[in-house]
Design a protein around this ligand. Structure first.
Ligand code: CMP
Length: 176
């Protein structure tokens, strides 16, 4: 429930709401400059790091023609995970998801390629690895639906918000 004194709500507000005005301004500029749909946000999740798939997944990123604009290895706090997945706060799997995402190190990445969101989602495959096509990252490296190796943004707007959640402007190559 929304609560002004809750740190997670405030973080969500800052990233998702307060910046909307600026994002809309930037979006108009980017549409004009034809560079809106070239970025996405990805996570190599704790299961994949633990299973030593980081290098193999990073290799797929590069072999599929993505440029890495920024990357860092970090361990999310429970609060960070709750903030990042705030959109799923009412889902029955929210507690399990945020506990898992804060259970160990992960790698967060800002990626660039033409139609980045769509292309990355195609390469990672269905959320449930049992339904993922052969050759996709989740088919090859995921444990199960909750430990599904990687995350990918679902829209250009969310890609911008998710990149901003983990990276400052100056940490993203091309923003300098
Ligand atoms: P991701 O792409 O990171 O976005 C939300 C995550 O929630 C998703 O990957 C899954 O890991 C997780 N998820 C989605 N549906 C379920 C579910 N039914 N049970 C557990 N986890 C889920």
């Amino acid at each position: 429930m929304w609560n002004k004194s809750c740190e997670i709500c405030c973080r969500y507000w800052t990233i998702h709401e307060k910046d909307n005005e600026k994002l809309n301004f930037d979006k108009d500029k980017k549409i004009k400059d034809n560079i809106l749909n070239n970025k996405t946000f990805a996570i190599i999740k704790p299961d994949a790091i633990k299973n030593k798939f980081t290098g193999l997944i990073y290799d797929r990123i590069l072999k599929n023609g993505f440029s890495v604009l920024s990357a860092k290895l970090l361990k999310m706090t429970k609060k960070q995970a709750m903030g990042f997945y705030f959109i799923h706060r009412d889902k029955p799997f929210y507690e399990e998801l945020t506990t898992f995402m804060s259970s160990g190190p992960c790698m967060v990445l800002a990626l660039e390629k033409e139609n980045a969101v769509e292309n990355w989602r195609k390469i990672i495959g269905s959320t449930n690895p049992e339904e993922a096509k052969n050759g996709t990252i989740r088919k090859d490296f995921a444990n199960n639906l909750s430990e599904n190796a990687v995350h990918g943004s679902d829209s250009d707007e969310n890609a911008e918000k998710e990149i901003a959640f983990f990276f400052s402007n100056s940490e993203v190559i091309g923003n300098q």
